[in-house]
Design a protein around this ligand. Structure first.
Ligand code: SF4
Length: 597
């Protein structure tokens, strides 16, 4: 039914005649219009002028500008960023990582952004504005900053606020006087074909391989440092080694040249050159030791750090929203350092899990839709001519994604192995889905989706953590959803120590005190487990220490201690291992240690 108001139509006049409006008709028309407006206002259906959002025209970043334009990026840990920086430089870009955001950045985000955003939006958006303002303070004019810098960030069109980050950046930049500053989007769904001969940032295989290698190395080096620091005998040794290793790996990435077909072969391959080069790059990635060999050197550096494995530490697994669980600053109340100060061993979350999750979600979507576009219907059985191409296309896409999954996992694990096997392998996404789905529908997208719930079960059930701490940003929609599901998880798995913490720009003391309380419980759990290990093996702490002194290789971080089923803590696992070694070696403690026994 038409919603247009009734308008009497004027009778058409013979050509050449001009209609003179009757004054009474005019009054009636005006009264009618007034009355309509009044009634519409009364009913609250007054017609307003509609202003549709139009994406502002972006100033381009061209290839010619590369030599004098700096790519800004951030949002991860300094370790990831340092290696990504190296990868960018290796690819020929000028790049700078913006520092980890602090509360002042959060406040700028609130000042210049929209109301009602989630916490990471304020922190990251404000951080960019803060950085640009600092450049201005250093003497650059606004126009110079706009001309000489671009910001690169991840983008999506997901159901949570992540899909609005780009618009938020633009709004805050405009409000803070940097209108026209370029924000480049690294789309999750972008694929590899975004390159164009003239674009400044070429998102080609070299770009993706460089970034993924840097992120994976960042994940593993980060985890190794967190695994060692609580046990180091000489305070500060891990951080010193980490600095050294990061400088070295940064240089490796800076000097790493993308694989290319040599000039003699180029002529011979003719039109197949691009395909051959594409395949060659992937084969080189899988076969070469460009990254693993330097990492082995880093492993040897870390192996110089002396550790005391008999320190009883509760393992706290960090989960939650992607940014909040990754950042190492005010964005999550400096939680990792706080936990370490309080005597915990922090098990950080790798970015690799999230990348695997992204691939897994796409595979799941293809499987659900069987290769059909959203809303399309499968042709009837007898239309084989139509069904067959759909089926083939679907299988082809899923096979490619599964291959990508397998390759990514393999590459990640090569890095873990090169670093001495200290970091964990990536959690299997299919297992996470099986665990999480009964509590949180794995088709529900946004943020970490079912991962938050699944990881809580995974790390507790597999004896990998004494406690799970979930950092959830204020105003995060998916985290709010999973909070409800976690209540069901905790009641189904009674032994889990799970604590959700809402992170914001304020309330640090309150959050720390809540963590302290839950951590007390986790410490007791770790101590009880250690005491049980001693009593089950019949060893004392002194005997263990004497055995360790007689076996100095076990003070090295790369010495492998097997994981015993049902035992979480490093110290308790070590006691079981010592008992087995003592038995195998028929080793005898000295009289003094035996007396204590
Ligand atoms: S997952 Fe939550 S915190 Fe992260 S962008 Fe989405 S709404 Fe914001």
């Amino acid at each position: 039914m038409s919603t247009q108001p009734f308008e009497p139509k004027a009778a058409s006049l013979p050509t050449g005649l001009v209609q003179i409006e009757d004054p009474i008709e005019k009054v009636i028309r005006e009264r009618l219009a007034e009355e309509r407006t009044r009634l519409e206002q009364e009913a609250g259906v007054a017609q307003k002028e509609t202003h549709h959002f139009k994406r502002p025209t972006e100033n381009p970043f061209t290839r010619k500008q590369r030599g004098h334009t700096t790519l800004l990026f951030g949002g991860l840990t300094w370790k990831h960023e340092k290696l990504v920086h190296g990868a960018f430089e290796g690819l020929g870009y000028l790049a700078e990582a913006i520092p980890v955001p602090d509360v002042a950045a959060f406040q700028l985000g609130k000042e210049y952004g929209n109301n009602g955003q989630c916490n990471p939006t304020y922190f990251t958006v404000g951080n960019l504005v803060q950085y640009l303002q600092k450049l201005e303070e250093q003497g650059l004019s606004k126009q110079e900053i706009i001309d000489r810098y671009v910001f690169l960030t991840a983008g999506a069109c997901g159901p949570c606020r992540f899909g609005m980050y780009e618009a938020e950046y633009r709004l805050a930049l405009r409000n803070s006087g940097f209108d026209g500053f370029r924000v480049l989007l690294f789309q999750q769904s972008g694929g590899l074909n975004q390159s164009d001969a003239e674009v400044g940032l070429e998102m080609n295989p070299d770009f993706f391989l460089g970034i993924l290698n840097a992120l994976n190395c960042g994940d593993v080096l980060n985890e190794v440092a967190y695994a060692l620091r609580p046990f180091e005998t000489n305070v500060g040794e891990t951080d010193r080694t980490l600095d050294e290793a990061m400088d070295y790996m940064h240089e490796v990435f800076t000097k790493k040249q993308p694989w290319r077909i040599n000039d003699e072969l180029t002529g011979f391959l003719g039109n197949f050159k691009n395909t051959a080069e594409y395949i060659g790059k992937f084969v080189n990635q899988l076969k070469s030791d460009d990254i693993t060999a330097p990492l082995e050197r880093c492993r040897d550096m870390f192996n110089q750090v002396e550790v005391d494995r008999l320190r009883v530490k509760p393992i706290v697994k960090i989960t939650g929203e992607f940014w909040a669980q990754t950042t190492e600053g005010d964005g999550n109340f400096n939680m990792f350092r706080f936990l370490e100060r309080e005597g915990a061993q922090v098990l950080v979350e790798p970015i690799g899990t999230w990348i695997m999750y992204m691939i897994h979600q796409v595979v799941q979507k293809y499987n659900d839709l069987k290769g059909l576009e959203e809303g399309a219907v499968m042709p009837p059985m007898w239309r084989l001519d139509k069904r067959l191409p759909i089926e083939m296309n679907f299988r082809n896409k899923v096979a490619k994604l599964k291959l990508a999954e397998a390759i990514f996992k393999r590459e990640y694990h090569r890095i873990v192995d090169a670093m001495g096997g200290v970091a964990h392998h990536l959690a299997d996404q299919y297992e996470l889905q099986r665990m999480g789905h009964p509590f949180y529908n794995s088709r529900a997208g946004g943020g970490e989706g079912h991962l938050e719930v699944a990881k809580n079960i995974y790390y507790s059930n597999k004896d990998l953590a004494h406690m799970v701490l979930s950092v959830k940003p204020f105003g995060c929609m998916p985290s709010t959803q999973s909070d409800g599901a976690q209540a069901a998880v905790v009641s189904a798995f009674k032994d889990i120590i799970y604590l959700p913490i809402e992170t914001s720009g304020e309330g640090e003391i309150n959050a720390h005190s809540r963590v302290q309380m839950a951590l007390g419980e986790a410490k007791n759990k770790a101590k009880a487990e250690f005491a049980l290990a001693l009593s089950n093996t019949g060893l004392t702490l002194e005997t263990c220490r004497e055995w360790v002194d007689a076996h100095p290789e076990t003070k090295r971080p790369m010495y492998q201690v097997p994981h015993k089923k049902g035992v979480v803590g490093g110290a308790a696992n070590f006691v079981h291992h010592i008992a087995e070694r003592i038995k195998a070696e028929s080793w005898q403690p000295t009289q003094a240690a035996a007396l204590v026994n």
